[in-house]
Design a binder for this molecule. Structure first.
Ligand SMILES: Cc1cc2nc3c(=O)[nH]c(=O)nc-3n(C[C@H](O)[C@H](O)[C@H](O)COP(=O)(O)OP(=O)(O)OC[C@H]3O[C@@H](n4cnc5c(N)ncnc54)[C@H](O)[C@@H]3O)c2cc1C
Length: 426
């Protein structure tokens, strides 16, 4: 019987782990002895950095199907030439002692090696009424819901539409600015006025990012007319009303919450070593340890990406939840799993494990229209060149991580064509 390496989650980390492991198994002629199984609740992989575009593209510019094609990629196509079994199913529980994975439809899977790459979910911080009265932006469907809600308001013929975005992290900033630039399109035609306000609890937008980036982004937000309400924590939300800690009440027609994410709740229920806030942690090898020493885990368990809290040994602080971090961690997890396999199969006398060392990853923040602020090492690039760079990074990801070259290029061009029309402001 083939041993099973099961990867849960077909996000940035999960698909990288599958590619790396398949490559290694093939190179050592071990594909007949080991089976790779990828489980995800969707049949596709989502490219999250362009979700804000999906939420702000007019129906006249692109249909739902067109949008789906440029931001989600069928796993069957992604793994066309790869020997991995794909299972569509929602994981409800993982029995780490018996080695069973339980799916929502009642199916059960065994594993010998397990990679937990289930990502994160929205964190509402138990703020009363927030979940019930807001939209969020995590998935393709979330993006469509936002687009629908804004468009419905416009169709209703409301004279003034107030949109509030909770959280001034990268997602909040890029979404708020793009909504504001989208609004230009229908403000003139429909004689409506759209105000977009970001509400942030910290004294700054983009907390933790380079000061030069913050200044450039703030200047751009002012220029395009996005209002900023800083130092204001949301305490309670009722339909149409946001209650702030200072006593202020902000009125809004639509509230989008981008103020926090946390590892999927399933992770919290697993008997694995966690930090004080209950988040699963791993050391540099990306391997999970049992919650208590007397607990014997079934097989080797690895975890990565947004599903864990990884402390940077240099700063002692959790690293930001970024796609690049998940990809690098997946490479380490795959390497270490394969080292164990080599040892078990007699290809080596000692497993030579690697450690994940967090890097200073580049980032790009689009701020409405064909304008983005990018930070690459010490360099900060902004304006139209930043926007071009964003497109090139996307092409690189599609070409080298997800799709066959011709298809990647075709889809990228299709996206470019839509977003060129969509990104109106210069
Ligand atoms: C709007 C938005 C914009 C972003 N922009 C950027 C950016 O520009 N640059 C950047 O570096 N990062 C960005 N990020 C963050 C980035 O998307 C994450 O850091 C990255 O996706 C983490 O990868 P992952 O593999 O850990 O998880 P994910 O990519 O989230 O993958 C998790 C997978 O697990 C699946 N899953 C979850 N629960 C279950 C379950 N119970 N059963 C079965 N399957 C399940 C999900 O369907 C998903 O496919 C953005 C995130 C968002 C939401």
């Amino acid at each position: 019987m083939r041993k099973k390496i099961v990867i849960l989650g077909a996000g940035f980390g999960g698909i990288k782990a599958v590619f790396e492991l398949c490559k290694k198994l093939r190179r050592f002629g071990l594909s007949a002895q080991y089976e790779i199984i990828l489980v995800d609740r969707n049949q596709y992989h989502t490219y999250t950095p362009t979700l804000y575009e999906i939420a702000t593209t007019s129906k006249t510019t692109a249909s739902q199907l067109n949008l789906k094609n440029i931001v989600t990629f069928p796993l069957k196509t992604v793994f066309k030439k790869i020997d991995a079994a794909l299972i569509k199913g929602s994981v409800t529980n993982v029995d780490l002692i018996e080695g069973d994975i339980h799916l929502a439809d009642g199916r059960k899977l065994k594993f010998d090696y397990l990679v937990l790459a289930l990502g994160a979910e929205t964190n509402y911080f138990n703020i009363p009424g927030l979940k019930e009265n807001s939209f969020t932006l995590k998935t393709f469907l979330d993006a469509l819901k936002i687009r629908e809600a804004i468009w419905n308001k416009v169709e209703e013929g409301a004279g003034k539409i107030k949109i509030a975005v909770g959280g001034a992290g990268a997602t909040g900033v890029e979404l708020a600015s793009e909504i504001k630039s989208w609004a230009c399109e229908f403000e003139a035609e429909r004689k409506c006025n759209v105000s977009v306000q970001i509400i942030e609890g910290m004294p700054t937008i983009l907390p933790g990012l380079d000061v030069r980036v913050i200044k450039l982004v703030a200047r751009r937000l002012r220029k395009i007319g996005v209002e900023l309400l800083l130092n204001e924590f949301i305490q309670k939300v009722e339909p149409g009303r946001i209650f702030l800690k200072s006593g202020l009440i902000a009125e809004c027609d639509i509230l989008i919450w981008t103020g926090g994410v946390k590892a999927v709740s399933l992770m919290g229920s697993l008997p694995l070593k966690k930090e004080q806030k209950g988040r699963v942690i791993t050391a540099g090898e990306m391997e999970c340890l049992p919650q208590s020493e007397d607990l014997k885990l079934y097989g080797k368990i690895y975890a990565l990406g947004d599903a864990i809290c990884f402390y940077d040994p240099e700063t002692g602080r959790p690293i930001p939840l970024l796609a690049e971090a998940a990809i690098q961690q997946a490479k380490i997890a795959a390497h270490n799993i394969f080292e164990d396999i080599k040892l078990a199969e007699g290809f080596s006398k000692k497993a030579s494990h690697k450690k994940f060392v967090p890097g200073k990853y580049p980032y790009i923040i689009p701020v409405g229209g064909k304008y983005a602020v990018a930070k690459f090492g010490p360099l900060v690039i902004w304006g139209f060149p930043g926007w071009v760079l964003k497109g090139l990074v996307e092409l690189y990801y599609l070409l080298f991580n997800v799709l066959p070259p011709f298809r990647a290029f075709k889809i990228w061009l299709k996206g470019l064509w839509i977003f060129m029309k969509n990104d109106r402001l210069g």
